[in-house]
Structures are given as structure tokens and as C-alpha cells.
Design a protein around this ligand. Structure first.
Ligand code: DLZ
Length: 176
């Protein structure tokens, strides 16, 4: 029997997917397997930098939790100065036994220096570590863009709302 690699199919899938990413609202998610979250408690950490945008992302996250059955009194929102501080904020929340999942919200827009790279990498690594350390979902609602316009497109604009996605990811992981 000859082995036929399915490289062509894989390439087709990848092309389709990247086209979809460029064109579609990114906030579509699969809720079929969502667990009952009516008794779950959520901590949201929101960065104050670009707070006109992070507040919209946070609202998207809260609306999504409520839409799927979370109780308002079981959602705790805390702010941190900037996205770099999201990791420690997430750790403070994850440390609380009653918190089931943490959702982190921030916006980092590229400037003239590599500052954004350092922040984004630190947050990605830091939040991964917190999730693994506390064995709890910690979702990455960090909008990382080149321009303000791109950030706005991902905060209730044509590419959806990254806060919605972050909340959906947290619920998805609680349903694991
Ligand atoms: C310093 C800084 C810069 C330049 N840009 C952003 C940004 O685009 N988004 C954001 O959330 N925070 C930014 N910060 C602040 C850092 O995240 C952090 O709060 C400071 O470096 C203090 O630790």
C-alpha cells in the first residue's frame, strides 16, 4: 500500500482559514459544548491604558458571561495600570479559591519603539504561567495592533469584540 501525504488538503485549509481571519468578525464562537456557568465565579482584570477601548472590551466580556448564564454578583472586575500588570492582577484573582476563571483585558498599540513586543510577550508568557500554576482558565483578551483603528475594529467594530472572545474562551475551558 502506498502512503499518500495530504499536503494539498492542509494547504487548502490554511489558505481558507487565513482568508476568513482577514475578512470575518472574529468573535464567532462555538457554544454547543458550553457547560452550565450559573454557579461559576469570574474575575476580570482590565488594563487602564486605552481605557476608552478596554472598557468596551470589558463590557463585551461581561455581556457574554451574562448571556451564557453567569450571575452578575459572581463577576468581579478589577483594574490594573497597564497591560504589563495584567499578569500579577490575574495571579491575585486566580489565588482566590472562589474564582473559577480569570479573563484579562488590555490594548497594546505599537509605538515608535519595541515596547509593545516586550509587553505582549511578557503578558502572553505570564498569563500562561498563571493558568498552569493555578490550574484555572486564564484568557488572553489582549488586543495587540499596529494602529488605533485596528484596535477599534476589534472592540465592537468590524472584527468583533476581543472581550467577547476572551469570555467565550474562559467558558470553553470551564467546559473542558
Ligand atoms: C508604557 C506603556 C506603553 C508605551 N504602551 C502601553 C499600551 O499600549 N498599552 C498598555 O496597556 N500599557 C502600555 N504601557 C504601560 C505598561 O503596560 C505598564 O503599565 C508600564 O510599563 C508600568 O509597568
Amino acid at each position: 500500500m502506498t502512503f499518500k501525504p495530504r499536503i494539498t488538503n492542509t494547504e487548502q485549509r490554511i489558505t481558507k482559514r487565513s482568508m476568513a481571519t482577514a475578512l470575518k468578525n472574529l468573535s464567532e464562537y462555538n457554544q454547543n459544548k458550553f457547560t452550565d456557568i450559573s454557579q461559576k465565579t469570574f474575575g476580570i482584570v482590565v488594563a487602564e491604558w486605552h481605557d476608552d477601548i478596554t472598557s468596551v472590551l470589558c463590557q463585551g466580556a461581561v455581556d457574554t458571561l451574562l448571556k451564557h448564564g453567569a450571575k452578575k454578583e459572581n463577576i468581579y472586575i478589577n483594574t490594573v495600570p497597564g497591560s504589563f500588570e495584567l499578569t500579577l492582577g490575574a495571579q491575585f484573582l486566580a489565588l482566590q479559591e472562589e474564582i473559577d476563571a480569570v479573563i484579562c483585558i488590555g490594548v497594546v498599540i505599537k509605538g515608535d519603539t519595541k515596547h509593545d513586543d516586550y509587553i505582549n510577550n511578557a503578558v502572553a508568557n505570564g498569563l500562561t504561567n498563571v493558568a498552569l500554576k493555578f490550574n484555572k482558565p486564564v484568557s488572553f483578551g489582549l488586543v495587540t495592533t499596529n494602529t488605533l483603528e485596528q484596535a477599534l475594529e476589534r472592540a465592537g467594530g468590524k472584527h468583533g469584540n476581543k472581550g467577547v472572545e476572551a469570555a467565550a474562551a474562559a467558558i470553553g475551558m470551564l467546559s473542558f
